[in-house]
Design a protein around this ligand. Structure first.
Ligand code: MN
Length: 246
């Protein structure tokens, strides 16, 4: 959409008063895209883009906020239009994620993200990395049942440990699961080992689609690190794969 974009910081009593939800309702009515998030310093941050008059109206709403809010200041500045296709609440959990280390015919790590009640899954032969310069092949595999997220042990000839787990946030400019269908999904992991922003970029569609798993450049990035080698143990049992049912 041709238009303009702003970033705003809203100060005052703006947490715990339904500010984000009210902003989403207002933005959707105005057909403004972007996001709203609560910041740790007690402010609300907003990215809004769309028709100039609509963005202006949204900024006017931010000055007032919902009924229970007390806004003391709104600082907004023009920024580049990013091409958002939704108005989303950022910084909220979208579900759980798990990474299981799996020694089968080939050794790999299974990255699983909860999407629509199932665990969308990718087999990552070399495992995830916290180094943004590293691109890891991730082969899309069948969905898993959430009930198997905590499975650890020996099954037939294969061994599994829960290498990491936690919750995740959906990011990006496109709502999920469309982001996955289009082959570009951005998300934030809150695990014990994996933290911060990641991207999955599809490079070859079809059955067993190929993707690249890439750490985004943020405060959680650790250039030059090798998290798989540094932290080999299960987050459930503290065992390594080799210590399982040996
Ligand atoms: Mn597997």
């Amino acid at each position: 959409m041709a238009g303009e974009a702003i970033r705003a910081v809203v100060r005052g009593e703006v947490h715990g008063v339904g500010f984000r939800e009210a902003t989403v309702r207002c933005a959707r009515k105005l057909e403004v895209d972007g996001w709203v998030r609560n910041e740790a310093d007690g402010t609300v941050r907003v990215h809004a883009e769309g028709a100039p008059a609509a963005v202006e109206e949204l900024v006017a709403f931010l000055h007032q906020g919902p009924r229970l809010a007390r806004v003391t200041a709104v600082e907004s500045e023009r920024v580049a239009v990013e091409g958002h296709e939704q108005f989303a609440i950022r910084g909220v959990s979208a579900g759980v994620f798990v990474v299981q280390e799996h020694a089968a015919t080939a050794h790999h790590f299974d990255l699983r993200l909860e999407v629509g009640g199932v665990m969308r899954s990718w087999a990552v032969p070399k495992g995830p990395s916290l180094d943004p310069a590293v691109k890891r092949l991730a082969v899309e595999v069948g969905d898993h049942d959430t009930a198997r997220n905590t499975f650890e042990g020996v099954l037939d000839a294969s061994r599994v440990i829960v290498w990491d787990r936690g919750t995740y946030e959906q990011g990006g400019r496109v709502p999920w699961p469309q982001a996955l269908e289009r082959g570009h999904a951005v998300f934030v992991l809150h695990g014990q080992k994996l933290r911060g922003g990641f991207a999955l970029q599809r490079t070859r569609p079809g059955a067993e689609a190929q993707w690249l798993l890439i750490k985004r450049r943020d405060d959680s990035a650790r250039p030059g690190s090798d998290i798989v080698a540094e932290s080999p143990r299960s987050v459930l049992s503290d065992r390594t794969l080799d210590e399982l049912g040996a």
